[in-house]
Design a protein around this ligand. Sequence first.
Ligand code: KG4
Ligand code: ZN
Length: 340
Amino acid sequence: MNCHVNFNVLGIESSCDETAVAIVDADKKIHANLIYSQIAEHTPYAGVVPELASRAHLEHLPRLIRQAFQDTGLGWDDIHGIAATCGPGLLGGLMVGATMAKTMAMARNLPFIAVNHLEGHALTPRLTSDLQFPYLMLLVSGGHCQLLVARGVGDYALLGRSLDDAVGEAFDKVAKMLRLGFPGGPKVEQAARLGDPHAIPLPRPLLRHPSCDFSFSGLKTAVRMYLEQHPDVHVPDLCASFQQAVVDCLLDRCHRALPLARDCKTLVVVGGVAANATIRQALQKFCDQHDLVFNAPPMALCTDNAAMIAWVGVERLRLGAVNDIDMPLRPRWPLAELKG
Ligand code: KG4
Ligand code: ZN
């Protein structure tokens, strides 16, 4: 592909509970970025029900694809590649999105790009800014909590990861205990705004541990035990104290990563939890103190979306890294395994 010629990629995201379609071009213009959020389907269960998620993807994807063309005035002749999330995620949802994408690629004789959802988060800052490799990356989402060095498209070195719960999962579980609603992260953040972050003593698991690994399960359990012993707790105080403990853990682990990422001038935070303003502010301050540039995508591109999937399609198509139509789905697909 001639890199001076602009081209469009259509992307589909269906790995969890967001049904999303986007069209993005190589000049970083997001032509369409449509999301159907399945919150209403899953709220009664306070968590994502895989079977309901697959059905909702099946129901809403075709109309979102049609709408993306309608809204932009683009047609099939304007599309140069089709990208879909092929993992990690819930198998049923991945099957719906990837099968639609593969079918369209076959019917239109277009290249197909099998996207790793985590690479979608990882490359988003290159869609929204002029970020160059390498960069240090804190990936914090509902399913993952990792520190990596992004060296290039498909080239990620893992420095540390959560040994148990992902950080978004901890937010969601705390919200569930407090009956704040779903998804939990934004609800906990909202409640925390009115609370005192130092009101309740909570543990900081693995603080000062000589690795870049994370652990949030003990913190979550500490919140549960505190709640059992203090049923009348001021909920905002508990949320603020929990959020502060998370911030302290994240900063400590980033600090630990610095000597391992000396060639990185930028720290980026990506994934759904990167939408948390307190976490963003703390990381910004950390970067100021350590002479790093801080980079975080706009809030709307932190949580799951298809623009990030289409963008991986652009980056990979530019490199000729396209996939066969029989590319299998990978419900488990670590970022560090992309290379090779
Ligand atoms: O990246 P994402 O949309 O989906 C996954 O790939 O997991 O991340 C979703 C996670 C959920 O756990 C949600 O509670 C959390 O991100 N989240 C937040 C905030 N917004 C979303 N956590 C803390 N504060 C927020 N403002
Ligand atoms: Zn995600």
